[in-house]
Design a protein around this ligand. Sequence first.
Ligand SMILES: [Zn+2]
Length: 347
Amino acid sequence: MTTNQPLIPLSQAKAPYFLGVDVGGTNIKIGLVDNGGKTLAFKEIETLEPDGPQAAVARMADTCRGLCAAAGLDFAKIARIGLGTPGSMDIARGLLIEPPNHPHWHHFPIRDALEKATGHKVSFANDANAAAFGEFWIGTGEKHASMVLLTLGTGVGGGIIVDGHLINGVNSFGSECGHVIVDSSPKARLCVWGGGRGHLEAYASASAVSAITIEGLQAGANSSLQAAYKSGEKISARRVYEAAEGGDKFALDIIDSTAVYLAIGITTMVHMVDPGLVVLGGAMDFGGHNSKVGMRFLNKIRSEFKELTFSNVAEGTTIDFATLGGDAGYLGAAGIARDDYLKLGLR
Ligand SMILES: [Zn+2]
């Protein structure tokens, strides 16, 4: 895997320079980024989770040095490094707590370890917040002062930026938009993560879409997916999208209902923050702007939101897809490092 960003040579780049590190369960994306958000060099390395965090930090530091060497930049010229990891975490103390996909990394002081391994200051962020900051800095949110990002993937992540300030919260739980309650009934679906009831993530994540579809098929829904399901094929959100593209009414209904729950969650967030912009990122975009189903999904969210909010708020709020894709995390981590550097200097 590589970045979708065009790589620019050092001669065209603007100082100061930052490194953005985006830690995932399988891979770690690292980019060397200039002051304008342009990428000079990029590498994706394996997480190798079972080898533990110390070994991964050593490989991150090596890759950071390697990217600078590849771009012809002295590693000492790096102004700051940004590091995004999945929660749970303690941002103020620089600690991972118990990230579910990193069982061997629990309670590890990853920020300080990376500072020690690189000799540079490290800004630490939740991965979804980093992705939000990427979209805010140079993506869909570029021209906005505030923004809410929802990432629709295995779970539903989020990031909230108010007047340029990322909301981390007192317990490093700020911006966890996936756990907003969209159904308070006692029969509401259980959250994929942690067992809370009625959370947005239980209705609008890729895992939820897959689970809801399978339940419908088991109940005898009339759908082209029945044959696939009965033959043992995995019914992923992607598979639901493909069926919808083929005109399958059951699949289209599932996507419409996903949009309705998202609109409920979005309304809650907008009524708290009034950001003017809500961005949908993550892998589950049902084809995005370039697909009929993707646009139906987006327009359904927009029309439902319009029903649920005040007319002036509906008019003054844009809801749209993200633009940076899988690059948002490393770019945002670099952007957060830049933001801290501009505020703090080399402290
Ligand atoms: Zn939840």
